[in-house]
Design a protein around this ligand. Structure first.
Ligand code: 4FV
Length: 260
């Protein structure tokens, strides 16, 4: 996947993308990431990229011309069909399904990281394909939001994760929250590892993990569970039975409410 990230702080992006899974994806070439700085497209001697909002009000907006030129250049470098996404609190919520779709269908992606109070609406109307939000809060810039997108998409690209299976088991890949995980030592101040995980019975372990995911989603994110229940491709009798089993145990006080 070829990505151009339009940002006033390319250094921030370059420093944040040299580590871990994302760093490996870039090194291996599954992600080709370039940063374009609108300041390089400003033509006045002060390389101005912001201006006051019409109608008054606090703060500044990113100027149209430098942004428009940086987007145009990004589409020349990538392709005219590159998908252009602006990160902002006014966007569609980013979720795993949107990440999955992007990883599976988008070859060329332009991500625009806003600064100040945001960007001129005419840019959004004329040059942006989609507006995405990473959450209902306000950041000082869109760079971290863009990095969230790049990281979440990169880990789904073939060959990026050592064990492709782990991407599938992740939370949200089946629409559910992830199950609890444990590693050595077996006992920490009296807190033991569930016996099933020590049994070596892979069928029982898989069943336990799915049951925990269902129960945890029921307790913490009933909205996600409702979505899964309404998708025939994601809901089946086994899940219904496991959830009922978890709910019965929970109601009978057999499950530690704080642990879930
Ligand atoms: C944001 C979000 C976000 C708003 C003003 C950048 C900031 C500044 N982006 N999801 N939430 N952006 O807060 O994506 O320009």
């Amino acid at each position: 996947m070829n990505i151009v990230l339009i940002t006033l702080f390319p250094e921030l992006i370059q420093q944040a993308t040299g580590f871990g899974v994302l760093g490996r994806a870039i090194k291996q070439g599954q992600i080709k990431l370039h940063c374009f700085n609108p300041r390089d497209y400003a033509e006045d001697k002060h390389r101005t990229v912001d201006d006051r909002p019409y109608g008054g009000g606090p703060g500044m907006l990113m100027k149209v011309e430098p942004l428009a030129k940086s987007i145009a250049n990004a589409k020349e470098v990538l392709s005219s069909t590159a998908k252009v996404v602006y990160l902002s609190p006014q966007g569609m919520p980013l979720n795993q399904q949107r990440v999955i779709n992007t990883a599976a269908t988008v070859a060329d992606l332009v991500l625009i990281a806003g600064r100040y109070e945001g960007i001129d609406e005419r840019i959004i109307a004329s040059l942006i394909d989609e507006e995405w939000s990473i959450g209902d809060y306000v950041l000082s810039g869109g760079e971290f939001a863009a990095l969230v997108v790049v990281d979440a998409v990169a880990r789904l690209l073939p060959g990026v994760l050592g064990d492709d299976e782990s991407a599938i088991q992740d939370s949200f890949m089946q629409g559910l929250l992830d199950c609890p995980h444990y590693t050595r030592p077996e006992n920490i101040t009296g807190l033991a590892v569930p016996d099933v995980l020590l049994s070596g019975d892979h069928k029982a372990i898989k069943r336990w993990r799915l049951k925990q995911s269902l129960g945890r989603t029921w307790l913490r994110r009933p909205d996600l569970l409702d979505t899964v229940k309404n998708k025939p491709s994601q809901w089946d009798a086994e899940k219904a039975d496991l959830l009922a089993e978890f709910q019965a145990e929970y109601e009978a006080g057999k499950i530690n409410k704080s642990s879930n």
